[in-house]
Design a protein around this ligand. Sequence first.
Ligand code: LMR
Length: 399
Amino acid sequence: TWVNVPQGPPDAILGITEAFKADAFPEKINLGVGAYRDDSGKPYVLPSVRAAEKKIIESNLDKEYAGITGVPSFTKAAALLAYGPNSTAISEDRIAITQSISGTGALRIGGAFFERFFPGSKTIYIPTPSWANHNAVFKDSGLQVEKYRYYNQTTIGLDFEGMISDIKDAPKGSIILLHACAHNPTGIDPTEAQWRKISKVVMERGHYPFFDMAYQGFASGDTDRDAFAVRQFIKDGHSIALAQSFAKNMGLYGERAGAFSIVCESAEEKERIDSQIKILVRPLYSNPPIHGARIAASILNDPKLNRQWLGEVKGMADRIISMRALLKSNLEDLGSKHDWSHITSQIGMFAYTGLKPDQMDKLAKEHSVYATKDGRISVAGITTDNVRRLADSIFKVTG
Ligand code: LMR
């Protein structure tokens, strides 16, 4: 039956973990997937998550199905985290929100909703480059995927002119995918002034903004600051869609806790959209898993745990910032003549090193340092113990 099924390539990001596992060298380094590690290179379960889990177990909850759109105490708190305490969309009950299988699931529900209901050409514009999975998620949802310029290879910075010009040139009423903060893979975000300009152009062209916010809190250590773009667009009068993930900022990777929401024009519109999201989700997976959502809800809804969590998010962000500085100074100490200032100016989980695919190949084959082909390294995988060897390896392949 399946003789016609061809062998597929490994996943661009998750395939790196497979290659890493197969390497027997004890000092191997995995900077592939964006997953936080502590300074001894171990996965980190946030103490606030442990405390929330304890509370949940002690309250002896049942394991009944959640509703189709998930655990209400979670979605309510997720909306508040993203849109902020002063959001009129929240106070006017205009946000349609559903729990999702983390950020990917949120993007996929969004893709499916747009495919079914978006008026016009159903074309989504994503940045070049973008998270490797964006293209596949939206293609598989049945949308047409196009690109806008984002990264300037020469300056290793934002190609703001190119971005604005491509968004202007996109046919009126296109969907524009924007990384809310900590752009993946480049770690390069627009400034606040640039966001205002982007918002204006998106408005003028009648485009529809779809934000992917997978790193709220992770970029700056401040969840409000990282939500700037989302809130600015709403202030400017946009209706937006939003994908949220709690994988990184709560370290809930495998729990798959996320949310998809649409800011509607009225409570009545919200009711209609909600009803269609339910019709869409039911045949996909019925209803989402409850444990991760309960953890996130209990952290977000308990003032003491919430404060503790914010401190821990900041701790993760700060460790990443200090590893950036350490990597840069180690490269300089080794005598590297390249300008590595982008390593410390970029933010979030990743550094976009500017290394070429053949150099990334060499890093893996000759130095057992694993990361994606595009030159992205997960800074969260750097530790005070491995940074020297990492810098030395990068120095050797870049000359
Ligand atoms: C990444 O970009 O490494 C993360 O978002 C994990 C993933 O699912 O790709």
